[in-house]
Write a protein that binds this ligand. Structure first.
Ligand SMILES: [Zn+2]
Length: 353
């Protein structure tokens, strides 16, 4: 029997679990607001807590079981369980080791007492370690639409930030072993009979070519930073650029001006995406989504479905605060001349804005 049992023994565990549960309640409450705003809830249920996923030893399986159990208790969307398991596979191979290998890193997630993660005794408790991982993950804006490796790295700040991605498929299979072989659908978006859906929740805070803003070629949807932005309809991504002050930068993976908040005098769409759609007579339609917080989650040439997450709300480029600037163009490429009122267009396609 492994080290887990040694640390799980006795009354210490009960106390730690209570503390972790209390912390989890706070996080779930914070997330609850965010989840409502993003429409991304996607909670899962552990139906087989005693499972031994293929390829895991009993010790590894017990630790994986703790990670998914804590995820369920804290009401973390299932995507977070997969990220947590993938991270633990990379950091510790799901073995709860008390031998510090890198600085003072300990336990399933190689958390460091010197960096505020807890005492060595706390970190060596898998329940506590998983709770701390989730607490940090839930604070990362837009974590549900980030590549797994970026979400894990935002929590872990590893010297090897690309190392998590290779565990995604295995982590998914491990989580499925505890949930009865399936994962819940994470995209409960309502798509109209015309195939269109709202790109983000929130009120319209500025309209199309109003008397005050005759040059404003789109709708502004007020939404908190980190809100998921979705493809308004199925199509092909034709543009992913950082556009500020008259210059467009293709994504490089490295820092670009759009990674910082913009301002109303700056000019530009910030991080933005354009998707090319076809109407029912084969005509071109382009939708445009501006001011994203960071490099969008899609690439040029990628086919997307209606409601698929493409990025998250930010305030990059010519923007006074977090919102989605949304345009519809009747033609390709998108120009000022073929811009149309998104509110009228969406209403005609079964989506009241
Ligand atoms: Zn706007």
């Amino acid at each position: 029997m492994g080290r887990v049992i040694a640390y799980a023994a006795g009354g210490v565990l009960a106390v730690v679990v209570l503390i972790a549960a209390a912390a989890g309640g706070v996080v779930a409450a914070i997330f609850g607001g965010d989840g409502a705003a993003t429409g991304e809830v996607c909670l899962g249920t552990v139906t087989n807590p005693g499972a031994t996923p293929a390829g895991l030893s009993p010790e590894q399986a017990r630790n994986a079981a703790v990670i998914v159990a804590v995820g369920q208790r804290m009401k973390v969307p299932v995507r977070g369980w997969v990220i947590a398991v993938a991270t633990a596979l990379q950091e510790s191979d799901l073995i709860n080791s008390g031998a510090a290998t890198d600085h003072d890193s300990l336990g399933l997630f190689q958390q460091r007492p010197s960096q505020g993660w807890g005492t060595p005794e706390q970190i060596m408790n898998p329940d506590y370690a998983a709770s701390k991982f989730y607490e940090h993950l839930l604070r990362v804006p837009g974590w549900q639409t980030m590549p797994l490796t970026d979400a894990a790295q935002a929590v872990q700040r590893s010297a090897f930030p690309d190392a998590y991605q290779k565990h995604e498929a295995r982590a998914t299979e491990i989580v499925k072993a505890y949930t009865g072989g399936t994962l819940p659908s994470c995209d409960p978006v309502a798509v109209s009979a015309f195939g269109w859906t709202r790109p983000a929740p929130g009120p319209i805070v500025s309209g199309f070519r109003t008397p005050e803003r005759p040059e404003h070629d789109g709708l502004d949807i007020g939404a908190p930073r980190g809100t998921v932005i979705r493809a308004a309809s199925a199509g092909v991504v034709v543009t992913v650029l950082c556009n500020v002050a008259g210059t467009s930068y293709p994504p490089t993976g490295g820092p670009l001006p759009c990674d910082t908040d913009g301002n109303p005098g700056l000019g530009g769409c910030g991080w933005y995406v354009q998707i090319r759609h076809h109407d029912n007579t084969g005509g071109d339609i382009v939708s445009r989504y501006c001011h994203m917080l960071r490099q969008p989650a899609v690439r040029v040439g990628q086919t997307v479905t209606a409601g698929q997450p493409i990025g998250i709300v930010g305030t990059s480029g010519n923007s006074s605060g977090p919102h989605l600037h949304f345009e519809i163009h009747l033609g390709y490429p998108a120009t000022r001349d073929n811009a149309t009122d998104p509110a009228a267009f969406m209403a005609a396609h079964g989506v009241p804005m």
